[in-house]
Design a protein around this ligand. Structure first.
Ligand SMILES: NC(=O)c1ccc[n+]([C@@H]2O[C@H](COP(=O)([O-])OP(=O)(O)OC[C@H]3O[C@@H](n4cnc5c(N)ncnc54)[C@H](OP(=O)(O)O)[C@@H]3O)[C@@H](O)[C@H]2O)c1
Length: 215
């Protein structure tokens, strides 16, 4: 499968690039700056220049799937959240619809189903996640929406929990485990249409993903 990874340079997106390459998929990593290319080509990916606030021409042409892992970051204000996390994602969704790229895996966030439940400081961010998830669901694309708890820079454990008993218990999960779930979902069409919370747990990812069904 040829997968475009958006948000490929750092965090979960970079872990996903590595995971997909390990599964022998072809990865096209979107970068904002040519200087970011060698770190990704050294891994075995190809790169494409694109900016969620600027030029996205041709980024999805010829790919089988898109994995959206980008974000403006917690240190930016609501304006950047709207421009990058919301509008940037919607522009990518529109390009997929136009180009006929049907498969889409979205990195969303726990509590995105109900932004008002979130802490006041992140409500704008959760509202943006909520809106873009809804837009993706309405797009008609073959989408899987992953809503992890707090992301950790720790090695993955390979074990997760899908769904949380109480949504106000946020939970955490290593980025590598989120990436592994996203990659496994891309390989399993039963996850098309699914929207689910994800935190660390006891169940191996290979056993969990086949139970994630959206249709
Ligand atoms: N942090 C949490 O606890 C948490 C919990 C649940 C969900 N999430 C979601 O997970 C996402 C990813 O978080 P992360 O920590 O794994 O990643 P991250 O380290 O914040 O990396 C963000 C990625 O987005 C890219 N990016 C930012 N602005 C861009 C733009 N205008 N155009 C193209 N790419 C752009 C960055 O590229 P550059 O290197 O070029 O800047 C980078 O590759 C967050 O944005 C959030 O939506 C986070």
């Amino acid at each position: 499968m040829r997968v475009l990874v958006i948000g490929s340079t750092r965090g979960t997106g970079n872990a996903l690039v590595r995971d997909l390459l390990g599964r022998e998929h072809e990865v096209r990593a979107m970068i904002r700056d040519e200087q970011q290319a060698s770190a990704l080509t050294d891994l075995g990916a190809t790169t494409v220049l694109g900016d969620l606030e600027g030029d996205l021409d041709g980024i999805v042409d010829g790919v089988d799937a898109v994995a959206f892992c980008a974000g403006s970051g917690s240190k930016t204000g609501p304006d950047a959240t709207l421009r990058v996390d919301l509008h940037g994602a919607v522009r990518v969704i529109d390009r997929c619809v136009d180009a006929g790229v049907r498969r889409f895996v979205m990195l969303s966030a726990i509590s995105a189903d109900d932004p008002l439940r979130g802490d006041e400081r992140i409500r704008h961010y959760l509202a943006a996640m909520h809106a873009r998830d809804r837009i993706l669901q309405a797009s008609g694309l073959d989408a899987t929406i992953v809503r992890p708890g707090g992301l950790l820079h720790e090695p993955g454990t390979g074990r997760v929990q899908v769904g949380v008993p109480r949504l106000d218990e946020r939970g955490t999960i290593p980025r590598e485990d989120v990436a592994a779930v996203m990659a496994t979902c891309l390989e399993d069409d039963r996850s098309i249409g699914a929207v689910f919370e994800l935190i660390s747990g006891d169940t191996p990812i290979v056993d969990v993903v086949p139970t994630i069904t959206g249709r």
